[in-house]
Design a protein around this ligand. Structure first.
Ligand code: MG
Ligand code: MG
Length: 264
């Protein structure tokens, strides 16, 4: 595989397989989203994801990854990422961030959404809207001629203007034959950085994690679940995106023919 500054550049054939992998992720996320309502336990989402992986000839990407015990990350309310599916019952007004990935024919797909459980209050809806928009705004900067940190700058600038915070502990990433490849894509601009020009064939998972309060997170005793230190609500949206000479293509969609109007 061709490389640029240590970053794998995927050819058309490889992007076709990545599209297939990510389409499966998106179809399964659609099914999980459909299932979410007050009264379900988050472990039910794990069971659905596993059975759909079987049906779609895909392997769950997260189960066993660095010892993560589940196929799906279910992070509720002040949990930011990497929450465990459990017998916790979702109640009206909760939000749940579902992060899911598969391997298909040797290539990875990765996508996440935060979903409202029943009706949620206005400030919670605002957090979801800001995070979903931040992802879309980040993706729109993925044009040839721009640099990697233009994505970071666009996301951070938008989120902070809305009075929310971007989480700094976790970042987006290249994706391909591995779940996490170079480069890292922070949702903020660090004090020192070396920028990288965006090139056709780069495939990047862009994933703003946004809180309604401060950006500090801590990890629970299970050694995975990240929660906001101030217990403010957190949201997470992620797409796997290919950079082409015609602009960004979101691969993690269930209906690619719908174009780029919506982030899912
Ligand atoms: Mg993910
Ligand atoms: Mg990811």
């Amino acid at each position: 595989m061709k490389k640029f500054l240590g970053i794998f550049l995927k050819n058309e054939k490889e992007i076709n397989v990545l599209r297939e992998a990510n389409r499966r992720v998106s179809i399964i996320l659609d099914a999980l989203e459909e299932q979410i309502r007050p009264g379900i336990q988050t472990i039910e989402l794990e069971q659905t994801a596993l059975s759909l992986c079987d049906r779609f000839d895909a392997k769950p990407a997260f189960k066993g990854y660095r010892g993560f015990p589940f196929a799906v990350c279910c992070s509720v309310n002040d949990q930011v990422v990497h929450g465990f599916p459990s017998d916790r019952m979702l109640v009206e007004g909760d939000i749940v961030s579902i992060d899911f990935g598969v391997v298909y024919k040797g290539f990875y797909g990765d996508s996440a959404r935060t979903i409202a459980v029943g009706s949620i209050d206005e400030s919670t809806q605002n957090l979801l809207d800001v995070t979903r928009n931040a992802l879309q705004i980040g993706i729109e900067t993925m044009m040839i001629g721009n640099n990697l940190y233009d994505i970071s700058r666009a996301i951070q600038g938008y989120v902070e203007k809305q009075g929310c915070s971007v989480v700094k502990r976790f970042v987006g990433h290249g994706i391909g034959r591995s779940l996490h490849e170079k480069p890292e894509i922070p949702n903020f601009v660090p004090q020192r950085y070396t920028d990288i020009p965006l090139k056709p064939g780069m495939v990047l998972a862009i994933e703003p994690m946004v809180t309604a309060g401060r950006d500090e997170v801590e990890i629970l005793a299970d050694r995975w679940t990240a929660v906001t230190k101030d217990h403010s609500l957190a949201a997470h949206f992620e797409h796997t995106v290919a950079i082409t000479s015609n602009g960004p293509e979101i691969l993690s969609r269930s209906h690619p023919e719908h174009g780029q109007g919506r982030s899912h």
